[in-house]
Design a protein around this ligand. Structure first.
Ligand code: ADP
Length: 402
């Protein structure tokens, strides 16, 4: 018998959703609520008759959830909300507490609340999403799917920082990583491609936020993101790794408070701050193609950081079988992929298929290396929502067997 499961990804001012039929994993509908809390918000949702877009004020996530549940009925996507058996919520920060997805209860919500300082933009939005669904669908199973869970297999020497140990003991300051759901999805896809054969994998999740993970036999051994999503490689608006003294000098020289510098490093740096053009790779790419020097240097800076992590993880893994590019930039930016691979191809004996690289964009699968290549390079479109739904199904099944 087929049932429906809803995957929810709440951001600070947005709510993305995908409704799946299970066990077929068919997507019934998907859509997005935007500009929540702003004067004029809106949503779009896929229906049988095409995409519907509406503009309306969305003062908070609860209103968005109300509108979503009504829209599912109004557009004949479901006959009754009772068809939905579980709701999976992406949760960015689960700290040291969660190694796997769990039933989202009020106890779990209390932990997610405590972790807000480590994910100030994301965790509050996840909580309001959870509370809103609990009110509207009080009898439906909620599941929390943590971005950090997949990285819990790292060894202490990979997740601890060389600061006085008491900061770890007292405040849990350590590396947690992010995008775990995406990294795990890619690791499972590669396991399928390899027919279960163990392998060493470097996953480059390059979106607006970005992280690189070293995977050994399906498990994460190292990841580039740190305590918060600010660490690792350069991103759309975030610095990634820096000498920590940069923080001190920017604060001293510019008379900025710690909060102001933190904000500058999170929201006004990376592609945006360095290029002075945009946080979006498409805009920087246009400038690059027109010969803009800063755009050229931005791409050089970005690809160098990714290449350096690939080199580090190649050594960390004791050799690499495959590198995978995924997420917005990984799936759509052949120029950057080529710049990255050009820097590692001699050391890793990669025979890169440039034509295949050029053709692989727009959310499609691609193998970017020839048969002679020692290391395979893939593009695999990520599907975090599908992973969320798979975890919901697993937890729903376990609960029913209790
Ligand atoms: P996030 O989920 O972190 O917001 P995404 O994975 O959606 O990020 O990636 C968003 C980024 O992907 C955009 O900022 C843009 O730089 C890049 N991107 C998306 N489509 C394209 C494209 N067609 N060409 C180049 N870059 C693209």
């Amino acid at each position: 018998m087929s049932e429906l499961v809803l995957a929810i990804n709440s951001g600070s001012s947005s709510l993305k959703f995908k409704l799946f039929e299970v066990p077929s994993e068919k997507v019934i509908t998907s859509g997005l609520f935007e500009r929540i809390t702003q004067k004029e918000g809106g949503f779009r949702i896929k229906t049988e008759a095409g995409e519907v877009r509406r503009t309306l004020a969305l003062p908070n996530h609860e209103v968005a959830v109300n509108v979503l549940t009504k829209a599912l009925i109004e557009f004949n996507i479901v006959k009754s909300l009772d068809e939905i058996k579980a709701i999976g919520h992406r949760v960015v920060q689960g700290g040291k507490h969660y190694f796997d997805s769990v039933e989202f209860t009020d106890e779990v919500a209390a932990v997610v609340r405590k972790l807000i300082p480590f994910a100030p933009l994301h965790n509050p939005a996840h909580l309001t999403g959870y509370e809103a669904f609990k009110k509207i669908l009080p009898n439906v199973l909620n599941v929390a799917v943590f971005d950090t869970a997949y990285h819990q297999t790292m060894a202490p020497e990979d997740y601890l920082y060389p600061i006085p140990y008491e900061y770890y003991e007292k405040y849990d300051i350590r590396r947690y990583g992010a995008h775990g759901t995406s990294h795990k999805f890619i690791a499972e896809e590669i396991t399928k491609i390899n027919k279960g054969k163990p392998c060493n994998l470097i996953v480059c999740h390059l979106g607006n936020g970005a992280s690189i993970t070293a995977v050994k036999d399906g498990k994460c051994v190292a990841t580039s993101m740190g305590l918060t999503p600010l660490g690792g490689i350069m991103m759309g608006t975030r610095t990634g790794d820096l000498d920590p003294s940069v923080f001190y000098f920017v604060s001293q020289l510019d008379g900025k408070s710690a909060t102001e510098v933190y904000d500058l490093f999170n929201k006004k740096s990376g592609m945006l701050g360095f290029s002075g053009i945009s946080s979006d790779v498409r805009d920087v790419e246009n400038a690059f193609l027109q010969g803009n020097e800063r755009a050229d240097l931005t791409f050089k800076l970005y690809s160098r950081r990714v290449a350096d992590y690939i080199g580090q993880y190649h050594v960390r893994l004791g050799g690499t079988d495959a590198i995978v590019f995924t997420a917005g930039i990984g799936e759509n930016a052949p120029i950057l992929r080529k710049q990255i691979i050009d820097q590692v191809k001699d050391a890793l004996q990669i025979d890169f298929d440039e034509e295949q690289n050029r053709l692989t964009r727009g959310g499609i699968y691609g193998l970017l290396t020839t048969k002679q290549s020692k290391v395979k390079v893939y593009v695999i479109p990520t599907d975090e929502e599908l992973m969320i739904v798979r975890d919901c199904v697993r937890i729903l099944k376990a609960k029913r067997q209790q």
